[in-house]
Design a protein around this ligand. Structure first.
Ligand SMILES: *Cc1c(COP(=O)(O)O)cnc(C)c1O
Length: 362
């Protein structure tokens, strides 16, 4: 067998490792921020019916403009948006990739603020875009002053702001987003994958009159649709025209379009669990704090917590009990997704046991 290093791969990809959240099949899977609640059966039935219709026409290419899906997405987001403002792809990761294909690329730079979503830098490298970074303050906040200074220092072509941010759960204020927009002639993309779990005003409210501002969303998290692979963004219609230059023709299959439109018709049912998930997130934070850990205040469906003596050890002791969480590489921290009530209880009980047994030193 040939090894990767023997292949004539691009020089800038040599030595890189792919995205790889461990995906062991376990009883309690709290590692990749999915919605832990399944799709309601009545909604699933409707989606299956829509898929059946799409299969009957699968001899034809799908609607290249996915018009019905863009209409459904605009109606879901509100904010006076129309289908012309919308773009979609196979997960918001593909939306981000297309954005960097159009606005980044060789000789161009994208600015990010670690710790942040690991795919941002991986998509940068895949598209040959230089990934440059600036720090956050100790509470993981990005102030308007800091964003302006970072843009002045790096002159990026694209700025990625993740709000609420993965893996910290912390928001980026609309003041910071406006400051970033005013400080650059480039693209400002706000990754709002977790927006439905936050009570704050979305950056969608800032789109009017800002043609270089992009707000990306996904159906993978609050919408309980990670397996279907549907992400999207809202922006000025000219942005969609730019993305049409780099997308592959018919990139959204007829099955994906049909499933997503059917699911969006049931948005309230699909989102019914959001309040329950927020309640479990708050329970996790309170429980972790009571055990002597330091949870970061979260506006998403997961909690990053610090004061972990040995993250690797704690990760493995939980895994032995069939509980999978995430080591995101921040010293003395781990991240856990809010589960169902039972899953959250199982996680907190396991943490309490490990604490009592003195396995985790503070
Ligand atoms: C999970 C996540 C996404 C979603 O990716 P999809 O490709 O839509 O599943 C995007 N951004 C962030 C910050 C995420 O955590």
């Amino acid at each position: 067998m040939t090894s990767l290093s023997d292949l004539p791969i691009r020089d800038d990809l040599r030595g890189l490792t792919p995205y790889g959240a461990p995906t062991d099949p376990v009883r309690i899977q709290l590692n990749v921020n999915e919605n832990t609640h399944p799709i309601p059966e009545a909604v699933a039935t409707d989606i299956v019916m829509a898929l059946a219709g799409a299969v009957m026409n699968a001899n034809r290419y799908p609607d290249r403009e996915f018009t019905e899906l863009r209409e459904s997405l605009a109606a879901y987001l509100g904010h006076g948006l129309t289908a012309d403002n919308m773009w979609a792809a196979n997960g918001s990761n593909e939306v981000l990739q297309q954005t960097l294909q159009a606005f980044g690329g060789p000789g161009r730079r994208v600015l990010g603020f670690p710790p942040t979503y690991s795919m941002h830098s991986i998509i940068a490298s895949g598209t040959g875009t230089e990934w440059v970074t600036a720090p956050r303050d100790p509470a993981y906040d990005i102030t308007p002053e800091n964003v302006v200074a970072a843009i002045a220092e790096h002159s990026p072509d694209v700025v990625f702001l993740c709000s609420p941010n993965n893996p910290t759960g912390t928001p980026v204020s609309n003041d910071t987003i406006v400051a970033a927009y005013d400080a650059t002639d480039g693209i400002v993309l706000v990754d709002e994958a977790y927006a439905e779990f936050s009570d704050r005003e979305s950056a969608l409210a800032l789109l009017e009159g800002r043609p270089r501002l992009l707000v990306s969303r996904t159906m993978s998290k609050a919408f309980a649709f990670a397996g279907a692979r549907v992400g999207y963004l809202a922006a000025d219609p000219a942005i969609a025209d730019a993305l049409r230059l780099v997308r592959l023709p018919y990139h959204l299959s007829a099955l994906t379009q049909a499933a997503a439109v059917a699911a969006l018709a049931h948005a309230p049912e699909m989102l019914a669990m959001v309040n329950e998930i927020k309640a479990q997130r708050n329970r996790m934070s309170a429980g972790l704090e009571a055990l002597g850990f330091t949870p970061v205040p979260s506006e998403s469906n997961f909690v990053l917590f610090g004061n972990v003596a040995d993250p690797q050890e704690l990760f493995h002791k939980l895994l032995i009990q069939d509980i999978l969480i995430r080591d995101v590489g921040i010293p003395h921290h781990l991240r856990v997704t809010a589960g169902t009530e039972e899953e959250t209880t199982a996680f907190l009980d396991a943490m309490a046991d490990l604490q009592t047994l003195g396995r985790v030193e503070q």
